[in-house]
Ligand binder design. Structure first.
Ligand SMILES: [Zn+2]
Length: 148
């Protein structure tokens, strides 16, 4: 019985020990990577980026060669984030996924715009035909019998 308890205690110790905070080393290099910044403009990669045209984008600093590139980038970040190697991969993926979601809803909106009016017209036509057909049937029924 005692041996079973000992083995059990061993298992518990093995499971708990790796979670101890003694192995929490190697976390101090995240602060230095957060200060990284791009040295080339993401919109015009041939141009050098300037600290005068810097923005905070998803928690990272992004620099541009001029204000126009900044505006371009902010209006369509998914087209340019691929040029920013200092951004975390999750940020790049999130930005691209978000823009794909946006274009998908825009396509759906356009589809509704294109087809909603013809569909409504069709429904209205069907209702009109139905009413007209019923009116014809009723008028035939109420017609006086033909005289001999
Ligand atoms: Zn520029």
């Amino acid at each position: 019985m005692n041996r079973v308890l000992l083995i059990h205690a061993c298992f518990v110790a093995c499971a708990v020990l790796p979670m101890c905070p003694s192995s929490a080393a190697g976390t101090d290099d995240s602060t230095s990577s957060a200060r990284l910044v791009n040295d080339h403009c993401p919109v015009m990669p041939d141009e050098f980026a300037s600290p005068q045209h810097e923005i905070q984008f998803h928690g990272s600093a992004v620099r541009f060669c001029c204000d126009e590139c900044k505006v371009k980038f902010l209006s369509e970040p998914a087209a340019y984030v691929g040029h920013l190697s200092h951004l975390p991969a999750e940020t790049v993926q999130a930005v691209i996924a978000q823009s794909q979601r946006q274009t998908r809803t825009e396509q759906a909106d356009r589809w509704v715009d294109r087809w909603s009016r013809p569909a409504l017209l069709g429904v209205a036509l069907l209702i009109a035909v139905g009413i007209a057909g019923r009116a014809v049937v009723r008028s035939r029924r109420t017609q006086p019998p033909a005289s001999p």
